[in-house]
Write a protein that binds this ligand. Structure first.
Ligand code: SAM
Ligand code: SF4
Length: 338
């Protein structure tokens, strides 16, 4: 890998934000159909021949590491549906960034963790975030359109057993769907020694069913939790999306991610690559930079680095969800990589 010295500099946008966190989608396919993400019939999948091969993924990550990326989060779709997911982790975790090897983490629905948690830990996966919106089996089946809560719970136990810590549980709070269960979810997480974070629902679903009224705001979440627990804010969040609160004096914490009602774009240090090799400077970006074409046309590492710099330079100050002219991105969350 050779990036020329004039390009081997940090990915800084025109607002001075330095990008250090790369989200890579390993696949757009999924074994669940969460209502806030996909319609029941799924979405038109990306063309298989356009999905980045492992050596292409690794090459892109190596170039990104030369430009100051220090953390890689693997996501999807469901990243563990990619057959060589463990191998991707192993190769990514061996890439040297400026602070040492890249820190590789993953966001997963946990369905395949019973089988893969051990091998992933052994391959060098540093951290795992697991999506869990409900712990009621019937509700889980309705919400994800698959009757598989037990597999997720077993997956969480497998991740604990494999030694991942802290394990973060992500729950999207939804009105009249799971907003009567927030306290139970916190208690579940505390019992398991996991950290739970509640996420405001964002307009990223393929079915375009998001509505501001249905969204449960961070303020509502905190008010509800505040009735059951004593919540104390913990420190500054820096570039992290979650505001943290200590529960009943600690040590357990709960996080709230107010992407819509209290955007944190000003501190954003994230950039994304879709499974088909498109670089996006924001979840809500309406433009993409085509790394796939550069890779497949035998482009150089400098060509890739230049495209990354140009993409970041054009990043907007914020996602604009609250602007009157806001347009949802064409790709759904599952095809961007959440
Ligand atoms: N399949 C994996 C999973 O569910 O963890 C990884 C991909 S999923 C797209 C990543 C995260 O995005 C999940 O935590 C999911 O809850 C969240 N997500 C999906 N659609 C969302 C939406 N419309 N608003 C907020 N979060 C969303
Ligand atoms: Fe699949 Fe994750 Fe989307 Fe649910 S949120 S449908 S698990 S990609």
């Amino acid at each position: 890998m050779t990036v020329s010295s004039h390009l081997a500099r940090p990915l800084v946008d025109s607002f001075g934000r330095v990008h250090r966190d790369l989200r890579i989608s390993l696949t757009d396919v999924c074994n669940l159909r969460c209502t806030y993400c996909m319609p029941a019939e799924g979405v038109p999948w990306l063309a298989r021949e356009n999905i980045l091969a492992t050596e292409e993924l690794v090459r892109v990550a190596e170039v990104a590491a030369a430009l100051g990326i220090v953390e890689v989060r693997l996501t999807g779709g469901e990243p563990l549906l990619r057959r060589d997911a463990v191998d991707v982790v192993r190769q990514m975790a061996a890439i040297e960034g400026e602070d040492g090897p890249l820190e590789v983490s993953m966001t997963t629905n946990a369905l395949r963790l019973v089988k893969l948690a051990g091998p992933l830990a052994e391959a060098g996966l540093a951290r795992v975030n697991i999506s869990l919106d409900t712990i009621r089996a019937e509700r889980f089946a309705e919400l994800t359109r698959r009757d598989r809560l037990q597999d997720v719970l077993d997956g969480i136990d497998a991740a604990i057993e494999a030694g991942f810590a802290p394990i973060k549980l992500n729950a999207v709070a939804m009105r009249d769907v799971n907003d009567d269960e927030l306290v139970d979810l916190v208690r579940f997480a505390v019992d398991k020694g996991c950290e739970i974070r509640f996420i405001e629902q964002m307009p990223l679903d393929a079915g375009h069913i998001w509505s501001r009224v249905k969204m449960v705001t961070g303020e509502e979440i905190l008010a509800q939790l505040g009735e059951a627990f004593e919540l104390t804010p913990v420190g500054e969040r820096g570039a992290a999306p979650a505001e943290q609160f200590r529960i009943d004096g600690g040590p357990s914490t709960v996080g709230v991610i107010r992407s819509v009602s209290k955007p944190f774009c000003g501190a954003c240090d994230r950039v994304r690559i879709t499974a088909d090799g498109q670089l996006r400077n924001c979840l809500f970006a309406r433009e993409e930079s085509d790394l796939l074409s550069v890779l497949r046309a035998d482009g150089s590492d400098d060509d890739l680095a230049e495209m990354m710099h140009t993409c970041i330079a054009g990043k907007l100050p914020g996602h604009g969800i609250n602007d009157p002219g806001f347009l949802q991105p064409d790709r759904p969350m599952s095809a961007i990589g959440g």
